[in-house]
Design a protein around this ligand. Structure first.
Ligand code: NAD
Length: 276
């Protein structure tokens, strides 16, 4: 379907130690790409690389909040392979809670990883791609970056709207230089992110309760197929699975109903999960 597109491509993936990022490294390696798998968690990327078992896939520790890490990593890739064809700015974190309970520090942490992490990776890759005259930048937002308003995940939602809008501008400006940019907008994918996300001022179990209507979530291997297919076809926004597209249309076409569903979610949170 898209295998040839990735053969011998030099690729950097962030957040490759878990979930979608790990799946992307596996999928890309399977297509014959030369992959640098990065994450803040070195042990997890070493595990990703070990399980793939190909010498075309290497692990490198990279904290996406550190602009210099990207510059060094990309310089290293270019020194070794002469170019970088693709970057997947995939690393991200979740958080839930009411705005009144979230501190500015909570906001900064989410924006630092989910938005600035994507910006630093995109900027470093873009400057190199301008020099070489080609490339593709793939940024992960979310269905939450497309829906107008989602209560109880404010910072996450804002960070993903920012990624989507930034990548749209990048796509527009970069086209003239033979550089593509795509935004990945997944609905619910079954990864560790739900349980790893702090639920601020909440009893345990809220994140699971909130995601229940969307269970069981798409398996990572199917998400990877959607992403690699969308990137190979250079789609502006890669929204999947189908139910995510339906939910987006529902939220726009039946706004009153969508707000009723949102009200119920907030009411449930306040009555059953919020502390004090
Ligand atoms: N799983 C979903 O339902 C879903 C839905 C929409 C969007 N997304 C987005 O997809 C991306 C991947 O999510 P996932 O579900 O695979 O999550 P995950 O928790 O399984 O993996 C995220 C990875 O990012 C890494 N990471 C966190 N902070 C980092 C940092 N500062 N520097 C480098 N790496 C860091 C983590 O160590 C982890 O390995 C995220 O951007 C997420 O917001 C996920």
């Amino acid at each position: 379907m898209y295998n040839n597109y990735y053969r011998d491509k030099v690729v950097l993936v962030t957040g490759g130690g878990s979930g979608i990022g790990r799946g992307l490294c596996e999928g890309l390696a399977g297509c014959g790409a030369i992959v640098t798998c990065t994450d803040i968690n070195l042990k997890n990327i070493e595990e990703t690389v070990r399980s793939i078992g190909k010498d075309t896939v290497t692990a490198r520790e990279l904290d996406v909040t550190q602009q210099a890490d990207f510059e060094e990593t990309i310089a290293g890739i270019v020194k070794e392979h002469g170019r970088i064809d693709l970057i997947f700015n995939n690393a991200g974190i979740g958080i839930s809670g009411e705005l009144r309970d979230l501190s500015i520090e909570h906001w900064k942490k989410v924006m630092d990883i989910n938005f600035y992490g994507v910006l630093y990776g995109s900027q470093a890759a873009y400057l190199q791609m301008l020099k070489q005259g080609f490339g593709q930048i793939v940024n992960t937002a979310s269905l939450a970056g497309l829906i107008d308003m989602i209560p109880l995940i404010g910072p996450y939602s804002v960070s993903k709207h920012a990624v989507l809008n930034y990548t749209r501008v990048l796509r527009y400006e970069a086209k003239a230089f033979n550089i593509n940019a795509n935004t990945v907008c997944p609905g619910y994918i079954n990864t560790p992110i739900i349980d790893a996300s702090p639920a601020v001022n909440s009893k345990p179990g809220w994140n699971r309760e909130a995601i229940k209507p969307f269970e069981p979530g798409l398996p990572v291997n199917k998400a990877v197929v959607c992403i690699l297919n969308g990137v190979a076809r250079n789609k502006e926004v890669i929204l999947f699975p189908r139910v995510a597209g339906l939910f987006l249309h529902f939220s726009r076409l039946f706004k009153g109903l969508y707000l009723k569903v949102s009200n119920k979610s907030v009411k449930d949170f306040r009555e059953k999960f919020r502390l004090n």
